[in-house]
Design a protein around this ligand. Structure first.
Ligand code: ATP
Length: 503
C-alpha cells in the first residue's frame, strides 16, 4: 500500500501533474503546484462539479467570493476565538490537537538546529560547499532528521489508532522539552491558530490584521442576501463556489490529501427551518451518486455518519473514499442549522432573513452544506486510475485510466513520420479539432513510445496519420483502455472523440 502511494506521488511528478512547491528551494511543506497535466485534470474536475451543481439545478447559482474578508467574519464564524479547529469541541480532540501542536513545535526547533549546522558548514566550506552531500552524510543532521521522523510517525500512529494514552504520554514528554537534552526549561510554547494571518495596509500602525479564509463557506453566508435578492430565488435555493482555502495544518504529510493551501468546492443550500433534515438526506444521496458516476467502483465509497457533532450542526456525515492509505474523508455533508447566518446577524447588526410568502413570515434560513476538497478528489481519481498492466505478450505498461471526460488531453495527433507530407496532414487535423478539444501533437520517437506516454497521462485516443491517410483520408484511432486500433475516416473524428469525452 505504501508502495502504491509512493508510485502515485512519483508518477504525478514525472508526468507533469503535481510538483512540490518552490522545489528549487527544497519545497515548502504541504504546499504543491499543479503542472501542465495536473492543471487540466483539476479544471476538468471543477467543471464536472460545477455542471452537476449549478448548470443542472435551476435553483442553485454559483459565485466567486474573495479570499480576504472583513476580520469580523472570523469572529462570527468562531474561527478566531477557538484555539484550534473551532468545529469540534470536546476533550479528546483538544488533547489530540495539543499533541499536534507540541510535535510541530518540537520539530520546528529541531529544524532550527539543523539549519544552524548547515549554515555553519556553508560558512566554513564557502564555495566548495555541497549542501545535498552535507545533508546526506553529516551525522548531526542525520540524527536530527531521524529524531523528527521518529516523533512524527509516532504521532501519526497514535492519532491514526486513536491511542489516546500515547497521545497523553506524548504531551507529557514534549511539554516544553529541549530536543537535545530533553530538559524542560523552554520558553512558552507559542499560541497556535489554524488560520494564516496577513495584513492590510502599508504602515505598521494602521495595518489591519486579516486572515486568509480557512473555508469558502463564509463568503457564501455573508453574500446570502445579495444573491437571494438579485437572483430572485425563493427558498429552497443554493449557492455554490469553488475556491482556495488556507489552513495551517499541523499534521500535513499525506501529499495533496492534507495541504496548507487547497481548494474547496462547496454548496450551501438554504431551506426553511424544520425542513433541513429532509434536504440533508437528499443531498447526502445526491452527492454520493455524483461520486459513483465517475465509475471508480461503488465499493470504494462509504458514508461515515458523525455521532459527535460540531456545535453548529444537527446532522453530519462524510463520504469516505478508499485511498491508497485506507478509507478517509473526501466530502462532508453538514446540516449547519441557522448558526452561521444568525452569528453574522449578531456581529454585523444586519438582518439576514428571508420573507416566506407561503408561511407569511420572516426567518433566518437553515443551511445544508456539501463540501468537497478538490485536491482530495483529484487524489482519489488519480490514485485509483493509475495502473500497471501486464500485456498479453508479457510486456508491461503504465496506464492512467481516467474517466475520458476528465482526461487532460482528449486525443494525441501523431504523424507516423515527419516527412512525405504526413506532418502537414496531421497538423491540419490538429488545427481543425483544436477548437473543440484539448489535443496534443507529437512527431518525435517511435509510435509505440508515443502511445505509452499518452497512456501514462490518460489520453483516451491516439490518432495516427500514415501514408494511406494522404490518399484515402482515413486515420488509425487507438483506444487507451483496449489498445484496439481502428481505421476511420478523418471526417468522423470529431463525432467519435466527442462521444467518448463529453461529460
Ligand atoms: P479533515 O477532518 O480531514 O481535517 P475537515 O473535516 O476539517 O477535514 P471540512 O472543514 O469539512 O474538513 O472541509 C471540507 C472538505 O475540504 C474536506 O472533506 C476535505 O475534502 C477538504 N479539506 C479540508 N482540509 C483540507 C486540507 N488541509 N487539504 C486538502 N483538503 C482539505
Amino acid at each position: 500500500q505504501e508502495d502504491v502511494f509512493k508510485k502515485v506521488i512519483s508518477h504525478a511528478k514525472e508526468y507533469g501533474f503535481i510538483f512540490p512547491s518552490s522545489e528549487i528551494y527544497d519545497g515548502l511543506s504541504a504546499v504543491y503546484d499543479y503542472g501542465q497535466n495536473g492543471a487540466e485534470l483539476k479544471n476538468n474536475i471543477k467543471q464536472y462539479w460545477w455542471k452537476a451543481m449549478v448548470q443542472l439545478n435551476e435553483n442553485i447559482v454559483g459565485i466567486d467570493s474573495a479570499i480576504l474578508m472583513h476580520p469580523t467574519t472570523w469572529k462570527a464564524s468562531g474561527h478566531v476565538d477557538a484555539f484550534n479547529d473551532p468545529l469540534i469541541d470536546n476533550k479528546d480532540s483538544k488533547k489530540r490537537f495539543r499533541a499536534d501542536v507540541l510535535v510541530e513545535d518540537y520539530c520546528l526547533k529541531i529544524e532550527e538546529k539543523e539549519n544552524k549546522e548547515i549554515e555553519k558548514a556553508a560558512k566554513r566550506f564557502g564555495d566548495s560547499f555541497d549542501k545535498a552531500q552535507f545533508e546526506a552524510t553529516n551525522p548531526k543532521v542525520l540524527e536530527y532528521r531521524a529524531k523528527r521522523e521518529t516523533i512524527l510517525s509516532r504521532l501519526a500512529r497514535s492519532l491514526e489508532n486513536e491511542d489516546l494514552a500515547d497521545v497523553k504520554a506524548l504531551i507529557e514528554e514534549l511539554e516544553i522539552a529541549d530536543p537535545d537534552t530533553g530538559s524542560k526549561n523552554w520558553t512558552e510554547v507559542r499560541q497556535f491558530n489554524l488560520m494564516f494571518g496577513t495584513k492590510l495596509g502599508a504602515s505598521a500602525d494602521s495595518a489591519m490584521d486579516l486572515y486568509l479564509r480557512p473555508e469558502t463557506a463564509q463568503g457564501i453566508f455573508v453574500n446570502f442576501l445579495n444573491v437571494q435578492k438579485t437572483s430572485r430565488h425563493r427558498l429552497p435555493f443554493g449557492i455554490a463556489q469553488i475556491g482556495k482555502a488556507f489552513r495551517n495544518e499541523i499534521v500535513a504529510r499525506q501529499f495533496i490529501f492534507r495541504m496548507r493551501e487547497f481548494e474547496q468546492m462547496e454548496m450551501q443550500f438554504f431551506v426553511a427551518p424544520g425542513t433541513e433534515l429532509e434536504f440533508y438526506e437528499q443531498w447526502k444521496q445526491k452527492r454520493l451518486n455524483w461520486h459513483l458516476a465517475l465509475g471508480l467502483g461503488n465499493e470504494n465509497y462509504r458514508f461515515h455518519d458523525h455521532e459527535k457533532l460540531a456545535h453548529y450542526a444537527n446532522a453530519a456525515a462524510d463520504i469516505e473514499f478508499n485511498f491508497p492509505f485506507g478509507f478517509k474523508e473526501l466530502e462532508g455533508i453538514h446540516s449547519r442549522t441557522d448558526f452561521d447566518l444568525k452569528a453574522h446577524e449578531k456581529f454585523s447588526g444586519r438582518k439576514l432573513q428571508f420573507f416566506d410568502p407561503e408561511r407569511n413570515e420572516n426567518y433566518v434560513p437553515y443551511v445544508v452544506e456539501t463540501s468537497v476538497g478538490l485536491d482530495r478528489l483529484f487524489l482519489s481519481i488519480f490514485s485509483h486510475c493509475l495502473k500497471d498492466e501486464v500485456l498479453e505478450d508479457g510486456s508491461e505498461r503504465t496506464v492512467l485510466s481516467l474517466p475520458p471526460a476528465l482526461a487532460p488531453i482528449k486525443a494525441a495527433i501523431l504523424p507516423l513520420m515527419k516527412k512525405d507530407g504526413l506532418a502537414e496532414y496531421a497538423e491540419n487535423i490538429f488545427n481543425d479539432l483544436k477548437y473543440d478539444f484539448n489535443l496534443f501533437y507529437e512527431e518525435k520517437d517511435a509510435i509505440g513510445k508515443r502511445y505509452r506516454r499518452q497512456d501514462a497521462i490518460g489520453t483516451p485516443y491516439c490518432i495516427t496519420v500514415d501514408h494511406d491517410s494522404l490518399t484515402d483520408h482515413t486515420v488509425t484511432i487507438r483506444d487507451r483502455d483496449t489498445m484496439q486500433q481502428e481505421r476511420i475516416p478523418v471526417s468522423e473524428l470529431r463525432r467519435i472523440i466527442d462521444e467518448k469525452t463529453n461529460f
